[in-house]
Every structure is written in structure tokens, then in C-alpha cells.
Design a protein around this ligand. Sequence first.
Ligand SMILES: [Cu+2]
Length: 164
Amino acid sequence: MDDHPNGHFPFIAPDAITLDIVGYQFGWDIRYAGADGKLGEGDVKKFSLQNKFGVDPSDAAGKDDFTSTELVIPVGKPVHVLLRSRDVIHSFYVPSFRLYQDAVPGRTIKWIQFTTKNTADVELACSQLCGTGHYNMKAKIRILPVAEYEKWFAGKVAAQKAQN
Ligand SMILES: [Cu+2]
């Protein structure tokens, strides 16, 4: 079981796009693996204002990771979410997917996976009353045709490379 890249969750598709999503008062931070397809390890113990994803700066896998304020995904491909919270309990809620999962401080939730059927713009919200800005805790989800997603992804990888 431990040989599986997703450890105790073998139902996660091996070709899924794994995204790191961190809830905070009041929004969502989203991190993508860059060109190497590998996210730098994110550790809830390393969260700080300067280190929003709790990554180890010496982790080579994280060098090309990039962030986004929108959740952009290709239609028809499995998406695997690593879900965390930087402060209080939030809940990852996508009404049009009928999907919600609490994000709990100190934990990484590893079992969320979904595959979309149609291109669309939908909304990611928070379904846990988490403070005064709760109503405004949201992010856009853009479900794109695969070729369009790949173009967006390539643009983000190039921008990240220019920064490094
Ligand atoms: Cu919230």
C-alpha cells in the first residue's frame, strides 16, 4: 500500500493532477506542480505569512511550483486535491459538484478527487462559518478544454521560470 504514490488512498488515479489548496481567513490559495509534475512537499507545521504553503525552500520539487488564485482545470481529467487550512476550520465547497470537505488546521486531507464532464465556470466557496469574511471566501473554478488548459499551464510554467 505504501508503494502507491497516494499512500492509503489507492482510488486516487495515478494520472490525476494533484493540487495543493489552502484555505485561510478569507480565501483560497492554490498551488500547482510545475513542469516536473511534482509538488514540493507542503508541511502544515511550516505555515507562516511568508510561507503560505509551508514548503521547504530546499525541496527541489518545489522550485517550479506556481500558484494561482483561480482553480483552472482540464475537463475530463481526474483532479486530486490536497486540502489544508492555515488558521481555522474551513470547508471546500463546490455546489455544482455536490462536493464539500472540511479543511482542518494541522491536517492534510488527501482523499478528494473529482473528474469534470463539461467545460464551465463555477464557484469554489467555503461552507464552514469561519469568521466575518466567510461570505466572501470564494474562488473561481474554470473548467477548460484540455488544449486550452495546456496553454494556460505552459504560460504559468514560463512565468514561473522567468522568476526563478
Ligand atoms: Cu472559510
